[in-house]
Design a protein around this ligand. Sequence first.
Ligand code: I24
Ligand code: DGL
Length: 273
Amino acid sequence: MSDEHAIGFMDSGVGGLTVVKQALKQLPRETVYFIGDQARLPYGPRPGAQVCEFSWQMADFLMKKHIKMLVIACNTATAAALPDLRARLNIPVIGVIKPGSRAALKASRNNRIGVIATDGTIRSNAYSDAILTKDPTATVVPLACPKFVPLVESNEYHSTVAKRVVAESLKDLKKQDIDTLVLGCTHNPLLRPLIQNVVGPNVTLIDSGAETINDVSSVLDYLDIANTSSTKRYPDEYYTTGAAAQFEAIAKDWLGQPDFHATHIDLGSETND
Ligand code: I24
Ligand code: DGL
């Protein structure tokens, strides 16, 4: 069997494109429908109940487009909404937290695993729960890094300012003897070289987004719903609740697609069902 319908990806903004980039690389035959809630970013500082509400609006939007699978490409939204979405949607729903946790357990030798993420993700304990449920003997060292998202979004992620902020933010991690660090936020991969530099070469960095696409691939095969035809029946579609032109500029650069197109939509307004 072959299912040519799209895989839906949702995120609080543009950062979810770090996950989409992996999907385009590992699953080039699959159609991607992406929605980023740029107008209401960041999700990191928001209460979990509100992130859950926003996540439902994005999921409902994608469900109307007949996606075959939903990927929550945002750590904060996964922490707040995955159980609820999975319980109530009749398609497979995949988040970024369990794949990252599993990869961290696999990579670690001393079972001491750090997690860096937004306030909301850390507050939820979703990573600690996922890791310790699998291996109760592990030690998890969670650390909120609220400065990392604004750092990337202000285009400062190459600068000496970034170097200092990353070093300062990760200072307390260095005493913890972790040998594995989960990049538990969509924006962390942009800071990867700086993070690696601060924690040193003996700490393995785990990219939750990249690990997630392994799971997506497995589920497609397990359920026999991968697109096996040699062409995409449906072209990729990208939507943002923010400014389409700015989304396009970042996506063109990040995905290396000069013809990239995005469409503005409104979510959560009464007039726009
Ligand atoms: N990265 C992100 N968001 C931005 C940005 C960025 N500006 C520069 N870079 N802006 O997210 C968000 C705020 N804008 C959005 C559009 O509406 C107005 C407000 C991370 C994206 C990760 C794929 C840095 C940058 C870039 C190109 C590629 C990657 C990247 F300019 F991180
Ligand atoms: N996408 C979010 C995450 O992965 C980071 C940006 C935000 O706070 O909205 O947690």
